[in-house]
Write a protein that binds this ligand. Structure first.
Ligand code: AMP
Length: 114
């Protein structure tokens, strides 16, 4: 068995997290280093390393992550708006090699990001 990713360990409750949502396909928990008042990671249970590793069979799963993020945004009271981001690779500054969608909100975000 390959070594579990950090986010698989969170899904399996081997590492504690502030979980806000879960279903058969994904989990969502608060980022340990929040960059906004609300900063949640939506993570598929399937350990896809990054956007670059997606296959056609993942198309529905990625849509599910996005729909879940919008539901969580509503639950978190982000009616004024929010941002969703998949970081990818070195230039995208991805640090955890398990696909995850950042959901950030609760303050005025700026564009472009750094
Ligand atoms: P990225 O840099 O896009 O790969 O995002 C990884 C995110 O995971 C960062 O925002 C980290 O703060 C967050 N993170 C790392 N370890 C944990 C953890 N144990 N619990 C919650 N969030 C974490």
């Amino acid at each position: 068995m390959p070594e579990k990713t950090l986010f698989q360990k969170i899904a399996d409750r081997e590492i504690p997290s502030d979980m806000v949502y879960e279903d058969d396909e994904c989990i969502a928990f608060r980022d340990i280093q929040p960059q906004a008042p609300v900063h949640i990671l939506v993570v598929p249970r399937k350990p896809i390393p990054s956007l670059d590793d997606l296959t056609k069979e993942d198309t529905r799963l990625v849509g599910h992550l996005i729909v879940c993020a919008t539901r969580i945004a509503a639950q978190e009271g982000l009616g004024e708006g929010y941002r969703t981001v998949f970081n990818c690779g070195r230039h995208g500054q991805q640090t955890v090699p398990h696909l995850h969608l950042h959901l950030m909100g609760g303050r005025q975000l700026r564009w472009p990001p750094g």
